[in-house]
Design a protein around this ligand. Structure first.
Ligand code: KG4
Ligand code: ZN
Length: 351
């Protein structure tokens, strides 16, 4: 069964065709990064307007590169929550209209569950998969620009949240630190690229010490972000008094910040492993592209860790099409009246 997936929750306008919830036939992503870069952040109004312009071309690209026509599509899945409301509306409305016009089943997907499904896809080897997927149950790590969740996954939609961020998301911290030090946009990829040239011990960052009332797997990023910004004085002093090169200093900040940001995730993941006895971890979301995170987890003995190929870490529609098929396989459908929702209120508690 060929499912057409549509993803427009933020600034990627994406469409994909996935067969039987697993095999990626196409994965088209039109990124809006150049349009938001001058504002150093996503501008919701620009995002929704670009989605309106690009939704048809991106669906056409997904069909063309899969070598399929409209008649070959058996069902349509689209993200309905969470995300930017105006952006969600474009993809959701397009998907419903497509399904209605062709009398096809329609499935509304949760964007966070989609990220947590990315490791279950098979991209034919080209995307970096070895052919092995994590079997349930596993510990899911969802780390993106808007969310950081550590959970137990017993099925694609059976989630027990073990911890989440109590303030900023991991990706958000990367973005804000990159913006402050003018490292580049989007911040996560820019910091991780620059960090390769830096000394991760050059700047000292405190790790959060979450006290009573928080779960063992909760994480916090606002302290780290503030500490990174407060290193500005030391940064300026090194620049002025010690005559250090600004690019070297930026690389050192990037490496030191990244080391601490990754350590926060590792600690919570190890707590989740200890608490559940589950030693398989599968990651998803933009931060899952972080190479230092991958390296650190690979170095943890006794764990088996799965990461999606880079093309499936950030927002994409293949994960949505794959997830959608799982509901269809169970005989479920979403009504065409399903609304867009900028928040996913259930997710902190689990499903
Ligand atoms: O999943 P995603 O594409 O969109 C959301 O659902 O938010 O995640 C985007 C986030 C951004 O904050 C971006 O800076 C971060 O993922 N990111 C990274 C890396 N690549 C993207 N963070 C750390 N290291 C990376 N290599
Ligand atoms: Zn996302």
């Amino acid at each position: 069964m060929n499912v057409l997936g549509i993803e427009t929750s933020c600034d990627e306008c994406a469409a994909a065709v996935v067969e039987d919830g697993r095999f990626i036939k196409s994965n088209a992503i039109l990124t809006q990064i150049p349009f938001h870069a001058r504002y150093e952040g996503v501008v919701p109004e620009i995002a929704s307007r670009k989605h309106t312009e690009w939704i048809l071309p991106v669906v056409k690209e997904a069909l063309d590169s899969a070598g399929l026509s409209v008649e070959d599509i058996d069902a349509v899945a689209a993200v309905s929550q969470p995300g930017l409301f105006g952006s969600l509306l474009v993809g959701l409305t397009f998907a419903k209209s497509f399904a209605w016009a062709r009398d096809l089943p329609f499935i509304a997907c949760n964007h966070l569950l989609s990220h947590l499904y990315a490791c279950r896809l098979e991209s034919g080897g080209a995307g970096g998969f070895t052919g092995e997927n994590p079997a349930y149950p596993f510990i899911g790590l969802l780390a993106s620009g808007g969310h950081t969740v550590i959970c137990r996954m017993d099925d694609f939609d059976r989630v027990t949240v073990l911890g989440s961020t109590i303030d900023d998301a991991a990706g958000e911290a990367f973005d804000k630190v990159a913006k402050h030090y003018k490292i580049g946009y989007p911040g996560g990829a820019a910091i991780s690229a620059l960090a390769k040239k830096g000394d991760c011990e050059a700047f000292k960052f405190p790790l959060p010490n979450l006290k009573k009332g928080f779960r063992r797997c909760d994480v916090s990023y606002s302290g780290l972000k503030t500490a990174a910004i407060n290193q500005r004085d030391l940064f300026s002093k090194k620049l002025r008094d010690e005559n250090e090169d600004i690019e070297t200093l930026k690389a050192d900040v990037a490496a030191s910040f990244q080391e601490a940001a990754v350590e926060i995730l590792i600690r919570s993941l190890l707590n989740a492993v200890e608490d559940t006895g589950i030693t398989v971890i599968a990651a998803g979301g933009g931060v899952a592209a972080n190479e230092r995170l991958r390296e650190r987890l690979a170095g943890c003995s006794g764990l088996k860790c799965f990461f999606p190929p880079f093309s499936l870490c950030g927002d994409n529609a293949a994960m949505t099409a794959g997830l959608g098929w799982r509901y269809l396989e169970r005989g479920e459908r979403s009504p065409l009246s399903t609304p867009a929702n900028s928040r996913a209120p259930d997710f902190r508690r689990g499903f």
